[in-house]
Design a protein. Structure first.
Length: 510
């Protein structure tokens, strides 16, 4: 008898049930991509709500009588009176290596016509950022390949660096260069077989851009052999606001997967101004009270909870990192507007791009004086630090004096010298987009500048001189460049060799 009881008990224990509690409701109204559903008792904030035809919504307003859901995907078939049910799941997206090289929408569905995305795991799009304990301070460089950035505004893995500027000042280009340079470094690093090499995988989130622009970006990444290390998450201007709202969180979840698996990832949010505008639109439809510039009161939290998720984890937690490059578009250079000030205060520094500089042909149009990186210098490559530590000071001194010098008064020789060097530095820092430099070349160029090899070349000829310098070094001093490439502090011997090489180039150039 007892045995029979035991058998029954153990069988009952082993029974697995698929039973899930879900509640079913009815749509009472649909408008502007928002459905109000009655009868969804027990719906959670941010829960996925299933509608007819495989459409999902996100429960954002939990009212006493109804739940307001923002709808995602193709919502044309959603009508009043249809049913809707809770899923018990928070909104999640596919994650993993299988997403590399793919273009997906805000829910991780493929947009590139190359079949289903290969994944075995999903991550919730919203997640609490790592606290203080699992984190470590930034100590590894993220090389952008942009000389001005790597030298004066260095970025470290796990950092959040804002790219900010007016329309058409080259914001996207700076971010894409960073992605393209990671791909270049990945190729090199994997080829070298160095077991310590850490690739950086990129995620580019396009928010509210025209489809044609997104297509050009994808094409560029492909041409530069960078797409295979990149995930593109696209929510174009043609899509409804909820997709734009979700896209950065979805991209972030994909980036977190790399970080939590001990790898390094870089994520670009292009741009968060449009993200804020989408959120404002949703909030107005949901009839949430609005405040300054008609944004809802929690718009700060919108971006802080996103950017807090970028981190560098300590070795007990796998040592992975997620570096974030959010982009903000300003109007007439006004960085004191609501959204720009918010995001400036959330990030670890900003790269400020200016229309005037851009139009003067100073590209990348970085306003050096107001661009900073608050944590990256701890991670800067040592040899690069050696040759660039005085650069920012020299640049700002030059800017100050150059403003006076235009009045044409007599200048003393010291002032003339500072202005002369500044004029040349400005030229040296000019760099076309899509042409990232290796860090060893950056070091060599700045070493030559620091040791006055460019001082007696006419300003007009500097661009040509830099090009000749690069070609000469690549052709003749490949070995020396790879010695520099180790990045460790340069000793006297190496400096001596560099000096001799610079002198040899100079002779050939003259
Ligand atoms: P938007 O506000 O439209 O998003 P943006 O600030 O992202 O613009 P980009 O699209 O990156 O700017 O660049 C604008 C134009 O300037 C592009 O045609 C780009 O090729 C060019 N450009 C950007 N950076 C450079 C550079 N360093 N050298 C030469 N041209 C550049
Ligand atoms: Mg852009």
């Amino acid at each position: 008898m007892n045995e029979i009881l035991k058998e029954i008990e153990s069988r009952i224990e082993r029974i697995e049930s698929d039973f899930k509690k879900s509640s079913v409701g009815k749509i009472i109204s649909v408008a502007d991509g928002v459905a109000r559903v009655s009868g969804l008792r027990g719906a959670m904030y941010n829960e996925m709500i299933a509608f007819e035809g495989g459409v999902y919504g996100l429960a954002l307003n939990l009212g006493e009588d109804d739940v307001a859901c923002v709808l995602m995907g193709d919502v044309s078939g959603i009508k009043e009176g249809q049913g809707a049910s809770t899923t018990g799941k928070l909104l999640s997206v596919p994650v993993g290596m299988g997403l590399l090289g793919r273009v997906v929408d805000a829910l991780g569905n493929p947009l590139d016509g190359r079949g289903a995305v290969d994944f075995s795991e999903t991550y919730p799009v919203e997640k609490i950022a790592p606290g203080i304990l699992p984190r470590k301070s930034v100590d590894q460089p993220l090389q952008t390949g942009i000389l001005a950035v790597d030298a004066m505004i260095p970025i470290g893995r796990g950092q959040r660096e804002l790219i900010i500027g007016d329309r058409g000042t080259g914001k996207t280009s700076v971010a894409l260069d960073a992605i393209i340079n990671q791909a270049r470094l990945n190729e090199e690093g994997i080829k070298s077989g160095n077991p310590d090499f850490r690739p950086v995988y990129s995620i580019y989130v396009a928010i509210g851009q025209k489809n044609s622009k997104i297509a050009r970006i994808i094409q560029l990444l492909e041409e530069k052999n960078a797409l295979k290390y990149t995930i593109v998450v696209a929510a174009s201007a043609a899509e409804n606001a909820s997709n734009l709202y979700i896209a950065p969180y979805a991209g972030c979840a994909m980036g977190e997967w790399f970080m939590e698996h001990g790898m390094d990832a870089l994520i670009v949010y292009d741009d968060l101004s449009k993200h804020a505008a989408a959120y404002r639109q949703i909030s107005l439809i949901l009839k949430r009270p609005s405040g300054r510039e008609a944004y809802p009161g929690d718009v700060f939290y919108l971006h802080s909870r996103l950017l807090e998720r970028a981190a560098r984890l300590n070795s007990e937690n796998g040592g992975g990192s997620l570096t974030a490059l959010p982009i903000i578009e300003t109007q007439a250079g006004d960085i004191s507007a609501y959204i720009p000030t918010n995001v400036i205060s959330i990030t670890d520094g900003q790269i400020f791009l200016e229309t005037d500089l851009f139009n003067q042909g100073l590209r990348p149009a970085i306003a050096v004086g107001v661009s900073v990186s608050r944590v990256g210098s701890a991670a800067q490559i040592k040899a690069l630090k050696q040759v660039s530590s005085t650069l920012k000071g020299e640049y700002s001194q030059y800017k100050e004096l150059a403003a006076f010098a235009q009045f044409g008064s007599d200048l003393d020789s010291r002032t003339k010298q500072i202005i002369g060097r500044g004029d040349r530095l400005v030229e040296i820092l000019k760099q076309n987009n899509n042409t990232p430099l290796s860090s060893s070349m950056e070091i060599a160029i700045l070493f030559a500048f620091q040791n006055n090899f460019f001082d007696d070349i006419a300003v007009k000829k500097i661009l040509g001189a830099v090009k000749s310098f690069k070609d000469y070094f690549e052709a003749r001093f490949g070995g020396l460049l790879s010695e520099v490439a180790s990045g460790s502090k340069m000793g006297d011997e190496l400096k001596e060799k560099l000096s001799e090489a610079c002198a040899e180039w100079k002779k050939s150039f003259n």
